[in-house]
Design a protein. Structure first.
Length: 254
């Protein structure tokens, strides 16, 4: 079982396929293997060397009980640890939800390591508070909310997420969510990076309109995943891949 440890944190990764390197970043409560489960990896391995990994706090990677370890700069260090272990100088980076946050971090802290970026289901301008605000409208006024428990309740509807939660370290996962709350202002990193990019979002996801505006400012492409909310735009790979595959192919040709 391969691990990268150059960041000082043990990160479990897997490599499949051949071609230009493509690093995939999963969302909160997911695992690197879920990219294969949902059908993304099989569609990519003929053209790309696909690198998936368990983000810190998830799966076979380390699960420290230290909030600072889950901050964005450390997330980027973990990703670079995987790239360095594989002797990859630059890679295409694709992330969904929390993974999209980390891709924005790469654009902020290490744009020279990015060949291009794909961000799905994440608002680089405001981040997680947008989702909280949308959810609050569905709750009784004045009710104290444990957002982590709300997240767990919704996630358990997907069998693979329920399995990952039950096998995981709940304190580490809670810290992952807490770290994601400090996520505003990363849109400027995408603008400054100068890298070709694609942002996509479910039409019913509260991040949608802000992501579309960020894409316009960054000169990036934007795709709406019709009839999909936040979870749906992850689960419906057949609706997502027709947008992402042509983008990656065009970047590889340039």
């Amino acid at each position: 079982m391969p691990f990268a440890t150059k960041s000082g944190r043990r990160i479990h990764y897997e490599v499949q396929g051949h071609g230009p390197p493509l690093l995939l970043f999963h969302g909160l409560l997911q695992l690197g293997s879920h990219w294969s489960l949902k059908g993304y990896v099989p569609a990519l391995t003929d053209a790309y060397t696909v690198v998936t990994f368990d983000s810190l706090g998830h799966g076979q990677s380390d699960t420290p009980h230290d909030l600072e370890a889950y901050g964005l700069r450390h997330r980027v260090e973990d990703a670079l640890s995987v790239l360095d272990t594989l002797s990859i100088d630059r890679a295409h980076a694709w992330g969904y939800s929390m993974g999209g946050w980390t891709v924005c971090g790469l654009a902020s802290f290490a744009p020279e390591r990015l060949a291009s970026y794909v961000v799905g289901g994440w608002d680089p301008a405001v981040g997680l508070p947008v989702a909280y605000a949308a959810l609050e409208k569905q709750l009784r006024p004045g009710k104290d909310v444990d957002w982590f428990q709300v997240l767990l309740f919704g996630a358990r509807r997907a069998p693979e997420l329920a399995e990952a939660i039950d096998a995981g370290d709940l304190e580490a996962l809670r810290l992952c969510l807490k770290a994601c709350e400090k996520s505003a202002g990363l849109d400027e990193a995408l603008v400054r990076s100068g890298r070709p990019g694609l942002l996509y979002c479910g039409a019913m996801d509260p991040y949608h309109d802000s992501m579309k505006a960020v894409a316009a400012r960054a000169g990036a492409a934007f795709a709406t995943i019709e009839h999909a909310d936040h979870g749906g735009a992850w689960a419906k790979a057949p609706k997502v891949l027709p947008h992402v595959l042509p983008f990656l192919e065009s970047v590889a040709r340039s």
